[in-house]
Design a protein around this ligand. Structure first.
Ligand code: TRP
Length: 336
């Protein structure tokens, strides 16, 4: 059997946080070092446009997301690392896929349905109020990302599973009409991939404004950890590690032995302030080297740009000839 191809995209809408790291960057980077898979990693900056219409913010986020991949040790020799917008074949394929995608399929997309639901709940007469075509056709662009590089597996969180299934549906439809050009992708939901809780007890997410940036400077990191919500148990009272955000974040980074030790401290009634201090010290040490590298990269955007362009060149070596095949298959061919 040939190697499986994995593909992961990260939308450039904000500063990478601890939740992004354990949910996407870390598993992706581990995969990039494996010899038995081909992997593709990219910055989904066209997807970011859907949610982010602040040019300076989008631009900055692209640098931060790229620097995070590199600082965390992505193997850019073994894998292909690029920026979506550097591959003109992606929007081109998006259009072609759009012509075999049922509008009804898009009507069922969770993100679109949630936006309509929010309008209805707000009492808006127009259920599509404020909904752009880009939001509506987001899954078609995502299908182009995936199908262009013949990805077999797409590691994603649960919220993205439907999008990968839609890519599969779209590929099937295309293959049925024009011949078997596309590989049918499958979502891979990491059962052991941790989902982290944020400062306020809800899922850590930029939309809840409850994040801890992965590479927050030392002082800010400490300040944010001190803000994590806890219950009112006093020092000396035994504490349940389950349901504690402090414990959960610690566990996501620590070894099993270190985690067992922390569990013991909870049972012995460690004070919340002390538990936070220990979490801070642990993370600060653990992230120090990568944070230094991140800061070096942020200060040298020319280097990051260079790495992305080199990656785009490799990606286009695959995308351009495949796009020719696709165009040919649908009848867009030279006349003579
Ligand atoms: N939609 C994904 C997210 O918000 C990002 C993404 C864009 C992606 N294109 C992709 C993920 C292709 C996997 C494959 O998380």
């Amino acid at each position: 059997m040939g190697k499986l191809t994995y593909l992961t995209g990260i939308t450039t809408t904000g500063t990478p946080h601890l939740g992004n790291y354990v949910g996407a960057y870390r598993p992706g980077i581990e995969a990039s070092h494996k010899a038995d898979i081909n992997s593709f990693y990219f910055l989904a900056d066209y997807h970011a446009l859907v949610k982010n219409q602040d040019p300076a913010h989008l631009h900055r986020s692209s640098l931060e997301v790229a620097a995070t991949w590199l600082a965390c040790g992505l193997d850019t020799e073994r894998s292909v690392f690029y920026r979506q917008s550097d591959i003109p074949e992606i929007p081109e394929l998006t259009w072609i896929l759009g012509s075999v995608t049922a509008k009804g399929l898009m009507n069922r997309a969770h993100a679109y349905k949630a936006a309509v639901q929010a309008n209805l709940e707000a009492g808006n007469k127009d259920p599509d109020k404020g909904i752009t075509m880009a939001l509506f056709s987001y899954p078609v662009l995502m299908a182009a990302d995936i199908l262009m590089f013949k990805a077999d597996r797409v590691p994603v969180g649960r919220d993205q599973k439907q999008h990968v299934e839609m890519a599969r549906d779209i590929a099937q439809r295309f293959n049925h009409i024009y011949g078997e050009l596309f590989v049918l992708p499958q979502a891979e939901i990491g059962e052991h991939t941790a989902v982290l809780t944020g400062l306020d007890g809800r899922k850590m997410s930029k939309s809840y404004n409850n994040i801890i940036p992965l590479f927050a400077p030392e002082k800010q990191l400490r300040k944010l950890i001190m803000k994590i919500k806890t219950n009112s148990l006093e020092p000396g009272e035994p504490k349940d590690p389950e349901g504690s955000t402090i414990f959960e974040i610690y566990q996501a980074f620590a070894t099993p032995e270190e985690t067992a030790e922390m569990r013991r401290k909870f049972a012995e009634g460690i004070a919340w302030g002390q538990a936070k201090q220990e979490l801070f010290e642990y993370l600060n040490e653990h992230l120090r080297a990568a944070r230094d590298e991140y800061n070096r990269l942020i200060a040298d955007p020319g280097h990051v740009e260079h790495v992305l362009r080199a990656g785009a060149e490799r990606a286009r070596e695959l995308a351009a000839p495949f796009m020719d095949e696709i165009r040919h298959a649908v009848g867009i061919r030279p006349l003579a």
